[in-house]
Design a binder for this molecule. Structure first.
Ligand code: HMG
Ligand code: MG
Length: 298
């Protein structure tokens, strides 16, 4: 029987805010996350324990995690680049760790200041220690479908990294279209190639919507059996170290599509839209989500 249940990974408070120029007060971040936690989402990525100088917008990571109401229905995750980041995340009791690297050397170096091989040396102890602390670990691979510095990315590079991440012990890998260049045929090619290393149950798609292809890519991945998708409420998002990268697929548009296909997301679209309106008001500019713009016009 077809598996109708999908896992939605809300990355708005992390990917969504990391590139924002306007400082959002810690208490506002906490209030927004508390709202999101009441929408039926089962995973929310709260922040990043990266170097505060590299991502100033998330420099209050510990305060945010400490401020958010505990919620037994929601797993709260955060990005961790190294052991220093892990120490900080464990200290405030994060539920899940997300490690990250890129399929292309140049983006990896610009983003985390290391080669891909050096990154694995850093990540292995992070993964080992997170496992000893009984924390689930997800891995992100960025620039899978194209790199802002190198252009096309060889799928064998992604395969190799996916293999190494699985070997190291991550439980799910999210494949990132960091600069929103993928098209559905490429989604198919990449999923087929990486399914030799990662089973469909452990695969997630992380689409950015820079060229308007994100929902088409989600549809293609869903048809192929992928059941985990990352989205950012209101369509916020983008990597500061990937020039031109814009927002993630809006979670509300993602949910509408998936529910329309018969999938069960468990998320209340109306409540999610309220939290999209809330963050739009805080940022003081129109955000790209289709559902949000429709709601504003009504
Ligand atoms: P580095 O400068 O090479 O770090 O940065 P280092 O290990 O050489 O350490 C230098 C100093 O930083 C030391 O301090 C460390 O203690 C400190 P000192 O001894 O000189 O006083 N330090 C830290 N402080 C706080 N927290 C830490 C930390 N680590 C070191 N965790 C580093 C390397 C990885 C830290 C840096 O490059 C960094 O923080 N990069 C983050 C970049 C980032 O967050 N990018 C966006 C997220 S990725 C993304 O958006 C893509 C994704 O969405 C998927 C997709 O769309 O494809 C996930
Ligand atoms: Mg991203």
């Amino acid at each position: 029987m077809t598996n109708l249940s999908v896992r939605i990974r809300e990355v708005g408070p992390r990917d969504g805010l990391q590139n924002e120029k306007k400082w959002i007060e810690t208490q506002d971040k906490v209030d927004w996350i508390d709202q999101l936690a009441e929408t039926g989402l089962s995973y929310i990525e709260l922040t990043s324990f990266v170097h505060p100088k590299w991502i100033p917008a998330l420099s209050d990571a510990s305060e945010v995690v400490k401020g958010v109401k505990k919620n037994k229905n929601v797993i709260f995750g955060a990005l961790v680049p190294n052991e220093r980041g892990l120490d900080r995340a464990l200290e405030v009791g994060i539920d899940e760790i997300a490690v990250f690297l890129s399929a292309s050397e140049t983006h990896n170096r610009k983003n985390i200041n290391k080669s891909i091989d050096e990154t694995f040396l850093v990540l292995k102890p992070v993964i080992e220690r997170a496992k000893k602390s009984n924390k689930p670990i997800r891995g992100y691979v960025s620039t899978v479908f194209g790199c802002p510095y190198e252009g096309d990315v060889d799928v064998n590079q992604t395969r190799k990294i996916a293999y190494q991440l699985m070997e190291a012990g991550v439980e799910e890998i999210s494949f990132g279209d960091t600069i929103g260049v993928a098209t559905p045929n490429q989604i198919e090619d990449v999923i087929q190639a990486i399914s030799k290393e990662v089973s469909l149950e452990k695969m997630a798609l992380h689409p950015h919507d820079t060229r308007g292809t994100a929902l088409a890519n989600v549809f293609a991945a869903y048809q192929l059996g992928v059941r985990a998708f990352d989205g950012s409420v209101a369509g916020l998002g983008g990597c500061p170290y990937a020039p031109g990268a814009s927002g993630n697929v809006a979670t509300e548009d993602l949910i509408y599509l998936l529910e329309g296909l018969g999938a069960k997301t468990g998320v209340d679209l109306e409540k999610l839209l309220e939290s999209a309106k809330w963050i739009q008001r805080k940022l003081g500019r129109n955000l790209p989500s289709h559902h949000l713009q429709l709601a504003m016009a009504q």
